[in-house]
Design a protein around this ligand. Structure first.
Ligand SMILES: [Zn+2]
Length: 469
């Protein structure tokens, strides 16, 4: 399936007898390659997005003047790969363990093995670390993230219908759901959220002198993990340099550091979130890594020769940014840039594939079995799941009116609130005990993406919808 790049050097060497000119052109090509690779690595930009004039004026000249122009931004949106490399150096024994795990996960990850299975609910604890008040994100913002995960991993996302037709047969319901843990490791009732003010700025990517990431250790200004065998730990902390998040692959971090880190500006779909990564897809992407998914373009070598080890995602040279128009060709294939494991904008991501599902489910049963069969979700005070926490919206997208259909008699007091993605409230309506459906007039709302939140007694649930004319 992989298509080799037709290199000029290969064509030259097929010619009969190399001449001086051939060697000169080969030298020129290898120098150009070398520079392109160095600049791509230094800038964190995909190589294919670097036009030659830009490289020359922005990077080539400044290098000779002694400084790259954007050293602080020289970072990928996602640090999962860098974290894996750093941990492989810190803990050589982990690399071995990961290799063994990888072998074990392989047979279970056969893409055709995609028969429906039991939906597994993953218990989540969110550790909020903040120095400034605005980094101390609200409970509502956290709930909205759990809601987005429960959409994306169940193929219930509002933009699932935007998957381009050729990829529709591959779009998967991963059959994973997420809940905020209702009990902590000692059995105490909790809402699954911890909060701590820290002295450290940008704690999301800070290491102590001994190499340990501060965010994972209370003694270093962070918060200790909850038993990482039985909880998915998500730490919220600002990350310097423009990265959005990070995650540990199965077996690639010591237990105290196992989980996901997300910058508060990119966690959730309401409140303190920043476009174009304001719809909760950073956590979807990072949890993909946590369950062993690679970036859709494979490694970071800007090559068609490395792959993400998933057979139904087309080979792709490197990341796509922004919101490209379909189709985009890469390595001779139509690129699946709208996959959650690419770098496109949140609004433009829409699917995991069946092959990715198989890989994630294999990682769950092989490397993270402690997350299955949990009992800490059932006693939670804050329950969120499309199947349990009960309401759905019709029609979606909506034009003038939105119907909220409740599955059960609401526990009073109950009300529906409509937020836009900045957290602004557009409408509220109380529900009565006898209410089965609530009609809301949304004709005054501008076109866009909204969230309907139901509070009923102590429970809270969120559903996204689109308002369009
Ligand atoms: Zn990533």
């Amino acid at each position: 399936m992989k298509k080799q790049k037709a290199r000029y050097s290969a064509r030259l060497l097929q010619q009969t007898k190399p001449t001086k000119k051939t060697y000169f052109l080969l030298f020129l090509e290898s120098m150009t390659d070398c520079f392109l690779n160095i600049f791509a690595i230094k800038t964190g930009l995909p190589r294919q997005t670097l036009p030659v004039p830009v490289i020359f004026f922005r990077y080539f000249i400044p290098v000779f003047l002694g400084a790259l122009p954007y050293p602080a931004a020289a970072q990928s949106p996602c640090l999962a790969g860098r974290l894996a490399e750093r941990n492989a150096m810190r803990f050589p024994q982990l690399a071995q363990k990961r290799q063994l795990l990888h072998k074990e996960m392989e047979p279970a990850g056969i893409p055709c093995n995609t028969a429906p299975r039991t939906v597994v609910t993953i218990p989540v604890v969110v550790h909020v670390l903040y120095k400034e008040a605005q980094e101390n994100i609200s409970d509502g913002q956290i709930f909205s993230q759990i809601a987005v995960l429960n959409q994306d991993f169940r193929k219930l996302n509002a933009n699932a219908n935007t998957v381009p037709p050729p990829f529709v047969p591959f779009a998967a319901d991963v059959e994973l759901e997420f809940c905020l843990a209702g009990r902590d490791p000692s059995g105490q009732l909790t809402n699954g959220i911890t909060r701590r003010q820290t002295d450290w700025s940008n704690i999301g990517d800070l290491t102590a002198p001994d190499g340990r990431p501060r965010i994972h250790y209370a003694e270093l200004g962070g918060t200790d993990a909850w038993d990482t065998e039985h909880y998915l730990n998500i730490w919220i902390g600002s990350i310097g340099g423009g990265a959005l998040g990070s995650a540990s692959f199965p077996g690639a971090a010591p237990p105290e550091e196992d989980g996901v880190i997300i910058d508060p500006r990119y966690f959730g779909a309401i409140g303190q979130v920043t476009a174009p990564h304001h719809l909760g897809r950073t956590a979807t992407h990072e949890i993909g890594h946590y369950f062993n998914l690679n970036h859709i373009w494979g490694g970071d070598s800007n090559s068609c020769d490395d792959d993400d080890d998933v057979s139904d995602t087309p080979v792709q040279r490197s990341a796509y940014l922004g919101c490209p128009a379909f189709p985009q060709m890469s390595c001779g294939h139509s690129a699946m840039f709208m996959n959650f494991m690419d770098y496109t904008d949140d609004a433009c991501m829409s699917l995991f594939t069946l092959g990715q599902k198989a890989r994630m489910r294999a990682a769950l049963t092989t490397a993270r079995p402690g997350l299955m069969g949990n009992t800490v979700c059932s006693s939670t005070a804050v329950q969120e799941s499309p199947e349990r926490a009960g309401f759905h919206l019709t029609p979606n997208p909506s034009r003038d009116e939105l119907w909220i259909h409740l599955k059960e008699t609401p526990t009073l007091p109950a009300q529906i609130t409509i937020y836009d993605v900045s957290g602004k409230v557009w409408a509220t309506q109380a529900a009565r005990e006898s209410t089965a459906s609530i009609r809301m007039d949304i004709s005054a709302l501008p076109n866009g993406f909204y969230l309907a939140a139901l509070t009923s007694g102590a429970s809270y649930a969120v559903r996204p919808f689109i308002r369009s004319f």
